[in-house]
Write a protein that binds this ligand. Structure first.
Ligand SMILES: [Fe+2]
Ligand SMILES: [Fe+2]
Length: 175
């Protein structure tokens, strides 16, 4: 079952995960010793699992979760961005994500609203946005307090990729 979850998760994000924009998050620190990429994969997977369990749009949750912090700058570096990062980065992430791929309305809402209640005037329009926003806070807490180490995310992503490739091989007709 776990393996099936990994394969389903990776199939949701397969066209995004290796793009230069998403991979660029590997070089951007997020919480503690976790990169923005590691954080985003963790948020995407947890959101995917929550929404799949509840019968919600898990594909949007996985994709929106992966792209929710695609702001692509190191917020600790002075001059890397304008305005307070906590308030402005959802819009920067949405602009970058919109250039990367076609976004559904749910995915747009997920990215734009994930910092609520820090952005009090932008409340969730979809239940999947609530799920990703909660997952974001849980993951940030786990990362900041070293509950999950970066290797854990790398390992999990590796499992996802292997499960996805295995599922694809099975689905391909024999030559
Ligand atoms: Fe964020
Ligand atoms: Fe985040």
């Amino acid at each position: 079952m776990q393996y099936a979850n990994y394969a389903a998760f990776h199939s949701c994000i397969a066209d995004l995960i290796d793009t230069p924009e998403v991979q660029a998050m590997c070089d951007i620190p997020q919480h503690a010793d976790i990169s923005c990429f590691g954080h985003s994969v963790f948020v995407a997977y947890l959101s995917f699992r929550i929404c799949r369990r509840l019968g919600w749009d898990y594909r949007a949750a996985a994709r929106g979760g992966l792209l929710h912090d695609l702001f692509l700058y190191d917020w600790r570096v002075k001059g890397s961005h304008t305005g307070p990062h906590g308030f402005t980065h959802p819009r920067a992430a949405l602009e970058n994500a919109s250039q990367l791929c076609e976004l559904t309305d749910v995915e747009k809402d997920i990215i734009l609203k994930h910092m609520w209640p820090l952005t009090p005037f932008s409340f969730y329009r979809y239940k999947e946005s609530l799920a990703v926003s909660c997952a974001d806070k849980i993951c940030a807490f786990a990362e900041a307090f070293h509950i999950f180490h970066r290797m854990y995310f790398d390992h999990r992503l590796g499992l996802c990729q292997r499960a996805y490739l295995r599922a694809r091989r099975k689905a391909m007709p024999a030559l």
